[in-house]
Design a protein around this ligand. Sequence first.
Ligand code: NAP
Length: 254
Amino acid sequence: MSLPSSFSLAGRRIVVTGANTGIGQGIAVSVARAGGTVIGVGRSAMDETEKKVADAGGIFIPARTDLADRKAARTLIDGLWDAHGPLHGLVNNAGIIRRADAVDFTEADWDDVIDINLRSLFFLSQGFGRRVIAEKSRGKIVNIASLLSFQGGIRVASYTASKHGALGITRLLACEWAAKGVNVNAVAPGYIITNNTEALRADEKRSTAILERIPAGRWGTPDDIGDAAVFLLAPASDYMHGAVVPVDGGWLAR
Ligand SMILES: NC(=O)c1ccc[n+]([C@@H]2O[C@H](COP(=O)([O-])OP(=O)(O)OC[C@H]3O[C@@H](n4cnc5c(N)ncnc54)[C@H](OP(=O)(O)O)[C@@H]3O)[C@@H](O)[C@H]2O)c1
């Protein structure tokens, strides 16, 4: 079945960070289904994603990078652009979480999370925006935010700070770049079954409390997120700037 052109990513090269697993893998497969080429960025092998993308009829180009390496993160987009041709989209998905009570929270757990979830998101976006603007082309950035872009949560101080920051940066970049050919928007996933939520799901009391509050009555899966990202990468969303799309089973509506 062919997609209407406004929802198609045919001929587009989309960078997805954290593509080896979880939500990044779900987005990579959705991008491939929509006809796009996926350039997957990750610090671990991305063979499983490569296979799933191939099964969806797409092309996957792996780019092994540790985004904790600040220089690598700063120069990544230029390198990919030069190696593979113009890029059309960037999905800032890679992220980590550390859990501890606020009174015990360590500087390492603060710095590590902010570095990946916020610092690398900004500098990858800067690299992408610079090239799109310099080449007078068009491009789309999709940042993966969170319910904790809106709410406080507990025991995840640096994560909440990073995700509030990610939404703020989404809005700032949208304002600076909306008239310069770059759309910057965000998807806010709800509670999704991935490595990120393994500890939460293992805590019977908390996982029951979470499930009871989700209007849809189930946790989400990476597949639930992929097509929302595709929408924000496709021409269908050309007039969207600085928006955040919750994909949360109704959590924020409650
Ligand atoms: N799951 C949820 O309920 C949920 C809800 C809201 C938002 N999110 C956000 O969704 C995004 C994806 O998370 P997920 O749930 O899919 O978790 P995940 O399964 O843990 O995936 C995180 C991804 O980020 C990558 N990553 C982490 N540190 C990296 C680094 N230094 N360099 C390169 N890649 C790195 C991971 O690679 P490795 O496998 O090698 O570590 C992995 O591919 C995150 O931004 C997360 O905050 C998740």
